[in-house]
Design a protein around this ligand. Structure first.
Ligand code: PMP
Length: 397
């Protein structure tokens, strides 16, 4: 007899194979977060080289104080959605501050970055429309497309020519298509030639959405992301981002140069049918956004140590992602080998991310390291030394 639970056999097998490692990577417990770059894991202080805390703001006194103040002033939660249960003044202020940060007329908050992609796509496209997705796009972009009911076509990762071909084949439908890409891809740490994507979209009249989840705060002179770094803020149609990485909180947003974004509030189910962000989260996000704007030195520091990490790992003879960025990926020749490197790194006191198929972009296995502006030079050297020990005697690729 069939059961709904039959489909879990594969997941159970995966869990068991990961557990054979000793420490199952999906079940690592940070017994205590010590500061922005260290946590206690298995009883000992461990360097966090696998978070998205790019600007190191999670323990910033200004952010913590703002959150505490909001807790006492506005309580622990909003208990409902903005549509049904009301907007808090801070929701509106944060929206205004984000719009102003980008120089756009509109911004819209969501309760998570995942929800921001779902909510934007589900509002913008629907059955009969077309979304052109980068082959390595984040799951939330895929899920947003699915929720919308639009037709999904994939083009080769970061390849504007591949997009051009796909749009050409669409004929008349190309002018109402949406193209979705990312500003900084979170696994290999690579980033696309955004202006070339703008060229192709403009050629066919398609709209362009850029998910700047990992590039907010890390790229562009003022931290606005790849769209700023490439000088195309006036050519991109929608930017989606998250508060959960550089801003050290949770929540997401969509901004646009198009006034129509304000109408998404009336149609976007992931905006309407979920509770609005908690006051303390909105308050710490506002404080973090202020620091992002006032302290460009955090971004400079991040790129200085990212360059050191990339070069240090490269000098070990390892094969890395294609571009220097705050995410540095070490390619491994097999999933088993990647698991053993990850395990040895943890034993050396360095927490990284194990990425194996199907989570990896090209079917490969890798160790993802990511940096924070709060990492000290000494910690960066410790990470490099630990990778050296964990990969000793074997080339990772
Ligand atoms: N987009 C991208 C590219 C992401 O990497 C993530 C999170 N990993 C999200 C969206 C979702 O953001 P959040 O975790 O804040 O919901």
């Amino acid at each position: 007899m069939n059961s709904l639970f039959d489909k879990f056999a594969e997941a159970a097998e995966k869990r068991d194979s990961l557990s054979q490692l000793g420490t199952n990577p999906t079940q690592v417990v940070m017994e205590r977060a010590i500061d922005a770059t260290t946590a206690q894991i298995n009883g000992k202080p461990t360097i966090l080289a696998g978070t998205n805390n790019y600007l190191g703001l999670t323990f910033e006194p200004e952010c913590i104080d703002a959150a505490k103040h909001a807790l006492t002033q506005s309580g622990t939660g909003t208990t409902g959605s903005r549509m049904a249960n009301g907007n808090y003044a801070d929701h509106v202020l944060l929206e205004q501050e984000i719009a102003e940060f980008y120089g756009y007329p509109q911004a819209m908050l969501f309760s998570t970055g995942y929800g921001a992609n779902l909510g934007t796509l589900a509002a913008l496209v629907g059955p009969g429309d077309v979304v052109m997705l980068d082959a390595d796009a984040h799951a939330s972009l895929y899920d947003g497309c699915k929720l919308s009911g639009a037709d999904i076509y994939r083009f080769k990762h970061s390849d504007p020519d591949s997009l051009d071909k796909r749009l050409r084949r669409l004929g008349d439908r190309a002018s109402s298509a949406l193209v979705a890409i990312e500003g900084l891809y979170s696994i290999l740490g690579d980033y696309p030639k955004l202006s070339e994507f703008c060229d192709v979209c403009e050629k066919y009249g398609a709209m362009l959405l850029v998910d700047e989840a990992h590039s907010l705060g890390t790229m562009g002179e003022h931290g606005r992301g790849l769209s700023e770094a490439e000088g195309v803020l006036n050519r991109v149609d929608f930017i989606v981002g998250t508060f959960s990485k550089s801003l050290g909180a949770t929540g997401g947003y969509c901004v646009s140069r198009h006034e129509e974004l304000s109408l998404f509030r009336y149609t976007s189910r992931p905006f309407i049918f979920t509770a609005s962000p908690c006051p303390s989260v909105v308050a710490s996000t506002r404080a973090a956004l202020k620091l992002l704007r006032e302290q460009p030195e955090r971004r400079e520091r991040l790129w200085t140590i990212a360059t050191r990490l990339y070069n240090g790992l490269s000098d070990l003879g390892l094969t890395l992602g294609p571009q220097i960025s705050p995410v540095v990926a070490v390619r491994c020749h097999s999933a088993e080998y990647a698991m053993s490197v990850w395990q040895r790194l943890l034993a050396e006191g360095v927490y990284t991310n194990l990425i194996v198929p199907p989570a990896s972009p090209d079917g490969s296995s890798l160790i993802r390291c990511s940096l924070s502006a709060a990492h000290t030079d000494e910690q960066v050297e410790q990470i490099i030394a630990a990778v050296g020990v964990a990969t000793a005697g074997q080339n990772a690729t």
